[in-house]
Design a protein around this ligand. Structure first.
Ligand code: ZN
Length: 300
């Protein structure tokens, strides 16, 4: 069986993580000589050659917004910082440039293990950008523990970075599988069905509910396959295989533009870019691609 980590984006990461439990003294100085920085200007990450780990000095003069200590990598302290979108103009001279994280992943612009670290940086900075005020009392909160916690001076509440679980499933019926396309998909692309878990729901129940809501197909057995952080902004994709109990598809037009059963040959052609109708699969870095390839290989 294929190792999902061979192709999936954001799953490899050799960051020795900092955490909310570590004392404030454990946060190294931002200007430590061996420190490295991930700098995100708006939604674009600064790259120098084939790495996004730059010297903190390269951000000198930029407005000192949120700075997060992510942890150590190969012994070096690694920080993440946000800058306004306009700051990207400063980083436009080769070998320095800026690129959004989705493009960095699809173009393999950095090595696979660095991509996982960039997912941490992006999700953490997005969380800080959207959680400046206490959800209990509305007071402005303060970043602590290197940025892995926000504390409220008004009511003493502690707030922690959140992760939003999403189920994504390859639904099988005999030698066919169910794929759909959402209205926002690029033309010609079909993918696995997916949706957010709801409070109090098991992974298996979320799979059954989402598939039924979107296609009126009932699902029996559900098997967990693998997971993938998806930092847009902070999802965790839970990849599953599921057995369909029905054949007739009735799509919910609010969720899906189209959904069909595809046989193995058709899915193989989608993955290889040779489908006669030009139907395409998501790129190899996406978990849907992995689940579809596993189906073709008879591994689901
Ligand atoms: Zn509060």
């Amino acid at each position: 069986m294929t190792d999902p980590r061979d192709t999936l984006g954001f799953v490899r990461n050799r960051l020795d993580r900092h955490s909310s439990e570590q004392p404030e003294e454990a946060v190294p100085a931002f200007d430590a000589p061996d420190a490295r920085l991930v700098l995100i200007c708006g939604d674009r990450i600064v790259l120098r050659g084939s790495t996004a780990l730059i010297a903190p000095a390269e951000a000198a003069g930029l407005d000192g917004g949120t700075r997060i200590f992510l942890g150590h990598r190969d012994g070096q302290p690694v920080f993440a910082a946000a800058a306004p979108a306009e700051a990207a103009e400063r980083f436009a001279e080769a070998p320095v440039r800026t690129l959004d994280l989705r493009s960095i992943a699809t173009e393999s612009a950095v090595e696979a293990e660095e991509l996982g670290l960039l997912a941490v940086a992006k999700s953490m900075l997005d969380w800080h950008a959207r959680h400046g005020f206490c959800a209990k009392c509305g007071t402005a909160t303060v970043a602590k523990a290197g940025g892995f916690r926000r504390e409220c001076p008004g009511c003493d509440a502690h707030h922690f970075p959140r992760v939003d679980p999403v189920v994504i499933m390859l639904v099988r019926r005999g030698d066919t599988c169910l794929l759909g396309r959402g209205p926002h998909f690029k033309p010609g692309m079909f993918s696995c069905l997916a949706g957010f878990l709801e409070p109090g729901e098991t992974i298996e129940d979320a799979v059954r509910r989402e598939v039924f809501e979107e296609t009126r197909i009932r699902v029996g057995a559900v098997t967990y396959r693998t997971s993938q952080p998806w930092p847009f902004p902070s999802s965790l994709m839970l990849g599953c295989a599921a057995e369909a109990l029905d054949a007739a598809i009735v799509t919910d037009p609010n969720e899906l533009e189209d959904a069909r059963w595809f046989d193995r040959d058709a899915v193989a052609a989608m993955l290889d870019g040779t489908h006669p109708e030009g139907i395409q699969a998501p790129p190899p870095m996406a978990i849907a691609h992995y689940l579809m390839r596993a189906f073709v290989a008879g591994e689901t």
